[in-house]
Design a protein around this ligand. Structure first.
Ligand code: MOS
Length: 743
């Protein structure tokens, strides 16, 4: 691709923006149907035990209530004799809803009330009476660390902790050492749109499902495997998703409930979780981690040990890459890592934006800050001293790594050189100012994706792939790539997604979509170009007959002779003159794995934060964040900047506000609502500056795209915790840093 671009790299407005602000965009729960009925879920009131009796009579007797589904009347499903399918399922025995009287976690769905109206279903649900026999439960990670054990089985993308060198010996010998333990509790997914599924039932027994998901193909294969339906009977759609940061990677239980009810009642059914029920499935796992770092007096790292213990459920082993970053980011010969799990009586944790990295880099980057004070070396300088051009765990160079430029540009924009190193030295009355920094790191992976492209005689291009747009801007960047490649105006291009009948795309997760689907879209459009060029040659007396594709260019809806641009033909005219209605292709890009194998592929960020702490009240204000991000080629600086800003806001949230608090007496997340589950509001967010340091990278994919969905959050909580230490002299190692911890 040439450096001169029309759309790629430009701050194009969202092509779906109009539909979203006018309400034309329909989300999973917005769909309606004749005779649609509503399901409301009843959640268990204990964390562990047995249902002795479930009395549904009062609910069932109400006119307009069609059925109350419980474990007593839901028969065995296809699930029992077929393989269960869920692309993001961790290893284990996946939980089967409404199949048992055993309660395995608090808020486990134990009944579904289906009625003619939502209000009636909700009222009837309050009439379901359940008596339990409770067993003793375990929900306290730190009280049960003696139960920690290695994870069982494998999950896609999970990297085994890796040791190298001789940590113990090197740590012993190191003249400067720091050891610290960090902790954070659970965080629950709270996108604006709650999880919902609308299932339209047809007389032939087929269903159309609108689901909140990050992958319509995952939704479809899950339904097929659980209910024993053929693919033809199940159409799944998710054209719009109101935010999803991992919560839509796995099918959530409202989907199971809605499909079950629709198939049993032979009616169309809608089920939406309540905000409280959003706290009844996966979450960022509770984690305790310990870092031990040994360094020479000059700051060079001699030994790093990173060990983490996270909670998981009794039935699945959720795993994420928490400790691995410590073996990759800095130059160090002696590294020891361990990662263990404790089974508890909760639901299984779930991927949440930059899973593992948000947690592990919080530990690593706070520990590096602690070390910097012991060494009396500027925290930024310490990172520079230990900069690594290769991934020490993989022993491979990076395909590109502009982190040094990120440090420089962000530090300059922030004014880091003005920092006075001593904690509490930037004091003004009872207001303490602190400056802190941290590094961010995430993966730049690609996953399988295909795309189809259809160019029609009216001059329009329609491109599609069964991917998702969870608010990130997929519609927009794919439209940009397609328009750029075929040289069409943006408004002549339509991109389709969120429909399982489109060509395969993996889940929209892991910051892989721009790179993976983007490559497929580009390739499909290159194929369309070739087909149009060959059609142009077929036109009688065609002057293009003598040329090769390298000698022509596609711009402005026209095919040009590059050398003599006065000679051109409209793409539409090629279609008319060759009597062609449509040109249609499907692309299946195959990454150059042997080339890729030689490199480590990552994105990086340098995050600088300024806090103001009121010493008398303990209130923390994050007054400034500057983040410089190196993530390959930026397709759209406007949507990319929004991704990074969102990540920074979530980083502030994780640092200061957000935690699902477990009441161990009840084994329940007690603040399961927006009043008590704190997230920042506009008043809490001040200056945020995002800098993109572009990287040229021809290893990751032909366009050099690395993905920006997750890198923005990584390192932010550490930068803030480090700034709070600089402001107050208090090292808080437990998130969120609430004011009580500072008083
Ligand atoms: Mo994100 S946790 O990759 O959906």
């Amino acid at each position: 691709m040439s450096n001169q671009t029309t759309y790629i790299g430009k701050p194009v407005n969202r092509v779906d923006g109009y539909a979203k602000v006018t309400g034309d965009a329909k989300y999973a729960a917005d769909h309606d149907a004749k005779g649609l009925c509503y399901g409301v879920i009843v959640s268990a009131g204990i964390a562990k035990g047995k249902i002795l009796h479930i009395d549904t009579d009062a609910a069932t007797q109400l006119e307009g209530v069609f059925k109350v589904f419980t474990h007593e009347n839901v028969s065995g499903l296809a699930w029992f004799n077929r393989s269960y399918k869920d692309m993001d399922a961790p290893p284990g025995k996946h939980f089967r809803y409404l199949q048992t009287d055993i309660v395995t976690y608090s808020q486990q769905p134990v009944a579904l009330v289906v009625a003619a109206t939502f209000e009636l279903a909700r009222y009837a649900a309050t009439l379901v009476r359940i008596t339990y026999e409770a067993d003793a439960h375990v929900t306290n990670l730190t009280g049960n660390l003696d139960q920690a054990r290695p994870p069982k089985g494998k999950k896609t993308g999970f990297k085994k902790p890796a040791n190298r060198g001789k940590f113990e010996k090197a740590f012993q010998a190191a003249p400067v050492k720091t050891t610290a333990t960090y902790y954070h509790g659970a965080e629950h997914h709270n996108p604006m749109e709650m999880h919902a599924s609308t299932v339209l039932y047809y007389k032939d027994g087929s269903i159309t499902v609108y689901d909140k998901t990050q992958g319509v193909l995952n939704t479809q294969s899950y339904i097929k495997s659980v209910f024993g339906l053929s693919g033809k009977k199940v159409r799944t759609f998710a054209p719009f998703v109101g935010g999803a940061f991992g919560s839509g990677l796995r099918p959530q239980y409202q989907l199971f409930m809605a499909v079950l009810a629709a198939l049993e009642l032979k009616r169309s059914v809608k089920v939406m979780m309540t905000r409280q029920q959003m706290f009844s499935f996966g979450f960022r796992p509770i984690t305790q981690q310990t870092l031990a770092i040994g360094a020479m007096e000059d700051g060079s790292l001699e030994a790093i040990s990173h060990s983490a213990v996270s909670g998981t459920s009794r039935f699945e082993d959720y795993v994420e890459n928490i400790v691995n970053w410590s073996g990759s980011l800095y130059h160090c010969r002696n590294v020891k890592q361990s990662y263990e799990l404790v089974s508890m009586d909760t639901f299984t944790p779930l991927d949440m934006r930059a899973p593992g990295a948000v947690t592990g880099m919080f530990g690593l980057e706070c520990a590096m800050d602690e070390l910097s004070y012991q060494l009396n070396i500027d925290p930024l300088e310490l990172r520079r001293i230990n900069y690594s051009v290769e991934d020490g765990s993989m022993k491979k160079p990076y395909s590109s790594k502009a982190l040094m430029d990120c440090y420089e540009q962000a530090a300059a924009a922030f004014g880091w050189s003005e920092r006075s190193p001593q904690p509490r030295s930037m004091k003004n009355g009872h207001l303490l100012t602190g400056w802190g920094m941290a590094t961010g790191m995430w993966d730049a992976n690609t996953v399988p994706a295909r795309a189809k492209a259809v160019f029609t005689a009216d001059g329009r291009l329609t491109v599609g792939s069964a991917t998702a747009d969870i608010g990130t801007g997929t519609y927009t960047i794919m439209t940009q790539i397609a328009a750029e490649t075929l040289g069409l105006p943006l408004d002549q291009v339509t991109f389709q997604l969120g429909d399982a009948s489109l060509p395969f795309a993996y889940l929209e997760g892991g910051s892989t979509t721009a790179a993976s689907v983007g490559t497929a879209v580009q390739q499909a459009c290159v194929q369309i170009r070739e087909r149009l060029f060959s059609l142009a040659k077929d036109i009688p007396d065609s002057p293009f007959r003598e040329l090769t594709i390298e000698q022509v260019s596609f711009e402005d809806g026209k095919l040009f002779m590059t050398e003599t641009p006065a000679n051109f033909i409209h793409l539409k005219d090629i279609m008319t003159l060759t009597d062609t209605n449509e040109v249609k292709v499907t692309s299946t890009p195959l990454p150059n794995i042997f080339k890729q194998m030689k490199y480590a592929k990552n994105t990086h960020a340098a995050v600088f934060a300024e806090v103001q702490v009121d010493e008398e009240l303990g209130v923390v204000k994050v007054t400034r964040v500057v983040s410089a991000v190196a993530a390959g080629r930026i397709l759209n600086p406007k949507t990319a900047r929004s991704q990074i800003m969102g990540g920074i806001v979530w980083g502030i949230s994780g640092a200061l506000y957000e935690e699902s608090v477990l009441d161990h007496q009840f084994g329940r997340f007690i603040n399961h609502n927006y009043a008590e589950y704190h997230i920042p509001v506009n008043l809490d967010i001040h200056n945020i500056e995002v800098i993109f340091v572009e990287e040229k990278d021809d290893v990751v994919n032909p366009m050099g795209i690395k993905g920006v969905g997750e890198i923005g959050q990584v390192g932010v909580a550490a930068a803030i915790a480090n700034a709070i230490y600089h402001a107050t002299g208090k090292r808080i190692r437990e998130l969120p840093i609430t004011l009580d911890k500072l008083l």
